[in-house]
Design a protein around this ligand. Structure first.
Ligand SMILES: Nc1ncnc2c1ncn2[C@@H]1O[C@H](COP(=O)(O)OP(=O)(O)O)[C@@H](O)[C@H]1O
Ligand code: SF4
Ligand SMILES: [Mg+2]
Length: 329
């Protein structure tokens, strides 16, 4: 029998709605709501990688930031090892940074340009464990640099002296120095050259195995998450439209949006690639300030029927493979 997996994160119906100031100057005009995340739920188990995909603007970063408390959740729960993080104050949330860390899309911009590599990686350690001796800190930083493939002699250099890929290694070392249980990676390779992307993905994969980490790995491209994810969540306009174990989802995508994303992924075989049917999505991503009624995908869905404007589909089907579509099941 398969060993019982340990549930780390149980996110229920998470919503982040931003208030957007009214354009009109009339005092009675109300601010509008931008529904960046509109009811997303996931479960994440120990040692697991959840890939999150969807085109730019669909709410991936806002979702990630709400999990770690960088933006306030409007509604829903983020239950981390039995404790609801949305109920914690600033001090309580800060403590959780020992367990949950984040790495960002733009590696250089996310590093303080006035600090050396050694100082950047040491900073979280010094903040949480001020009693640690300087030698001890330095030793831990050097060990972490070796783990992420940075030579120890670059410890006194500054971020601008490094390539994008190396900057991301510095960001990873900084995120790992507190030995967290979960790292949320917000498009960590999107700004890197394709040749470097695989190196960074492979590094994260091997560190995950070695340290027993869980990852939430965000990308706008399905082909990037394919190699690293145990399960994949597909988001569209702030909603979860499909979620499934990688094999099941990639072998048999069910939601019309996932199918469209999938047909955009290049196939390595040139004959297959030439003959494949590309389901191009028509039209623009609607504004999250004025999302379509019923199913949010209906304005671009090739399978939409009249009922799709009436009822909002819910994600149904369980942990292995779930889809939110009124015309699939
Ligand atoms: N602080 C904010 N205030 C208002 N709108 C925001 C804010 N952050 C993000 N948004 C909006 O929320 C939507 C989702 O953005 P984001 O989460 O960055 O998407 P993604 O990461 O998938 O590209 C977008 O329409 C974006 O403009
Ligand atoms: S519910 Fe309707 S519009 Fe939405 S994905 Fe399914 S078929 Fe398309
Ligand atoms: Mg983003």
């Amino acid at each position: 029998m398969e060993a019982q997996k340990n549930l780390l994160l149980d996110i229920k119906d998470l919503k982040v709605h931003f208030d957007i100031a009214a354009k009109s100057a009339w005092p009675w005009s109300k601010p509008s709501k931008l529904k960046a995340v509109d009811g997303v739920g996931i479960r994440l188990y120990e040692g697991e990688t959840l890939g999150v995909v969807g085109e730019s603007g669909c709410g991936k970063s806002t979702f990630a930031r709400a999990v770690i408390g960088l933006v306030e959740a409007t509604d829903g729960n983020v239950v981390w090892l039995g404790q609801d993080l949305t109920k914690l104050d600033h001090v309580g949330m800060r403590e959780k940074r020992k367990e949950i860390q984040m790495i960002f899309q733009d590696p250089l911009a996310s590093l303080n340009p006035r600090m050396t590599v050694g100082e950047i990686i040491a900073e979280p350690l010094k903040a949480f464990y001020p009693e640690l001796a300087a030698d001890d800190v330095k030793q831990q930083v050097k060990a972490m640099m070796a783990k992420v493939g940075l030579l120890p002699n670059v410890i006194n250099r500054y971020p601008h002296e490094f390539s994008g890929g190396q900057c991301q290694r510095i960001g990873i070392a900084r995120a790992l120095i507190l030995k967290p249980k979960l790292i949320i990676c917000d498009e960590p390779v999107s700004a890197l050259d394709v040749s470097i992307q695989a190196q960074v993905v492979n590094l994260l994969k091997s560190l995950q195995k070695e340290m027993g980490l869980s990852l939430i790995f965000i990308a706008h491209d399905l082909s990037v998450v394919k190699h690293i994810s145990d399960r994949v969540l597909v988001m569209y306009l702030g909603n979860a439209v499909e979620m499934g174990e990688g094999d099941a989802l990639f072998a048999e995508p069910k939601h019309p949006y996932t199918k469209a994303l999938m047909s955009a992924v290049p196939i390595p075989d040139p004959d297959l690639e030439r003959n494949k049917h590309i389901e191009l999505l028509e039209g623009e991503l609607p504004s999250p300030m004025n999302p379509p009624s019923g199913c949010v995908f209906r304005t671009r869905c090739p399978q939409a029927t009249a009922g799709c404007a009436e009822k909002k589909p819910q994600l149904e089907g369980g942990d292995v493979h779930a889809v939110a579509c009124l015309n699939v099941h």
